[in-house]
Design a protein around this ligand. Structure first.
Ligand SMILES: *[C@@H]1O[C@H](CO)[C@@H](O)[C@H](O)[C@H]1NC(C)=O
Ligand SMILES: *[C@@H]1O[C@H](CO)[C@@H](O)[C@H](O)[C@H]1NC(C)=O
Ligand SMILES: *[C@@H]1O[C@H](CO)[C@@H](O)[C@H](O)[C@H]1NC(C)=O
Ligand SMILES: *[C@@H]1O[C@H](CO)[C@@H](O)[C@H](O)[C@H]1NC(C)=O
Length: 371
């Protein structure tokens, strides 16, 4: 990069980047001044006399590259100085390449978790735009950002996942992000049940599994995903099932899915009290698996695995068939309305459109026919 010298200098000085939105900025003014930052400022003020000799603010030369890049008011401190970063920027699609590069430098040199969060949030918002997705990759930003998947602060990890999520909507970026799948799976395993961290991680896996290109990376994760299903709340169940549905729609993945372990309690989810958004995806998942026909020999082998998914969900001895019949053994109107009505008390609040209902009964009918 042509201005890598400037960037290095900025990094060294721990740049305080203030890009103030002009009057023309239309939307998305992100004001990223944390309470903590303000508190720190006050503390500093109390200590001013002690520190003023070392503080040495670097004044931005009018017309300097730095001033041009940021719009105005770039205040830099010497290394080691606690900096209250105010990052106020325009709508994320107005960020220029230099801004992204600076944010990445600040991210690497900063030590304060709340600064990291704000920078990651800004980068994540910027990454909603294709042009920025490419720029961030070209600046080696994916590697830089993903390093914070191992940050000790939970909130930093969450913001990292969100930023990667937006970056992931780009095929070339996926090539780099896929390297971090093992780490993302580890986060799911190690984080508390129903945590934002798990949700963010599952969102990232959903994005990575939308095409079948990287699905093989999740071959070993099916057991983990199935166990999440039985312990998680509705939001996480839905997110988990999005991944499982994606994987099960790929014939190359079926072998691994049917060999995974499945908790027996997964069958309890085939119940009209289960939230409709969960039930529909669960039926889609099992429908995809049912479309697969093992040879007698393969079936025999799979059957031997006591807690294997095949035995729990697909084999003749599975409860699946009777559970599906239970879902069906209601007058039509009732099956189609019951699962969500009993959940929410309002048929209008069930997250299902009429076409969703239709899809639901189609799904159910076709699996029952196959079983
Ligand atoms: C004031 O500065 C001293 C030395 O630089 C430091 O140890 C102390 O924690 C500071 N006090 C506050 C309130 O920031
Ligand atoms: C991918 O992630 C982004 C950001 O979280 C989200 O807006 C988008 O809907 C996701 N795409 C899919 C297919 O899940
Ligand atoms: C489930 O947990 C996630 C993550 O903590 C939370 O954001 C979400 O609101 C919860 N959803 C429900 C339906 O309780
Ligand atoms: C994967 O899941 C996403 C979100 O549910 C969906 O939009 C996409 O069509 C799925 N892809 C495949 C191949 O099933």
């Amino acid at each position: 990069m042509g201005d890598s010298g400037v960037v290095a200098r900025l990094g060294n000085m721990k740049a305080l980047l203030g890009i103030v939105a002009g009057a023309g900025a239309s939307y998305g003014l992100y004001k990223l001044i944390s309470r903590e930052g303000k508190r720190r400022n006050k503390k500093k003020a109390a200590n001013e006399t002690v520190r003023s000799s070392q503080q040495e603010e670097v004044k931005v030369q009018p017309g300097s590259l730095l001033a041009k890049v940021s719009g105005l008011d770039v205040v830099c401190f010497r290394p080691g100085e606690a900096v209250a970063d105010d990052i106020i920027h325009q709508s994320p699609n107005n960020l220029e390449p230099q801004h992204l590069n600076m944010l990445l430098s600040c991210l690497q040199t900063g030590t304060d978790p709340s600064d990291r969060c704000r920078i990651l949030l800004t980068l994540g918002n910027a990454a909603a735009f294709t042009v920025n997705q490419n720029l961030i990759r070209e600046f080696d930003g994916i590697r830089i950002i993903a390093a914070f998947l191992s940050d000790p602060a939970t909130e930093v990890k969450i913001q990292t996942l969100n930023a990667l999520n937006n970056l992931c909507m780009n095929i070339q970026n996926q090539e780099q992000i896929k390297i971090f799948v093992p780490r993302v799976l580890e986060l799911i395993e190690m984080s508390p049940v129903n945590s934002e961290l798990q949700l963010g991680a599952l969102r990232l896996l959903t994005n990575l599994s939308v095409t079948d290109k990287h699905q093989h990376l999740l071959k070993g994760a099916v057991t983990l995903l199935l166990s999440l299903l039985v312990v998680s709340n509705e939001s996480l169940q839905v997110q988990t099932l999005k991944v499982l549905v994606n994987l099960s729609s790929n014939p190359d993945m079926i072998d691994d899915i049917v060999q995974a372990q499945a908790p027996a309690s997964v069958m309890l989810l085939f119940d009209k009290r289960t939230a409709a958004a969960v039930l529909l995806r669960l039926l889609t998942f099992v429908g995809n698996l049912k479309a697969w026909r093992p040879s007698a020999q393969v079936a025999e082998e799979l059957r031997r695995k006591q807690d294997g998914l095949f035995r729990v969900m697909l084999d003749e001895s599975s409860q699946l068939h009777s559970r599906l019949l239970q879902l069906l053994s209601h007058p039509d109107a009732e099956i189609q309305a019951q699962p969500w009505k009993s959940q929410t008390g309002h048929s209008s609040n069930d997250g299902f459109s009429d076409s969703g209902r239709l899809e639901f009964s189609h799904c159910l009918n076709s699996i029952v026919k196959r079983s």
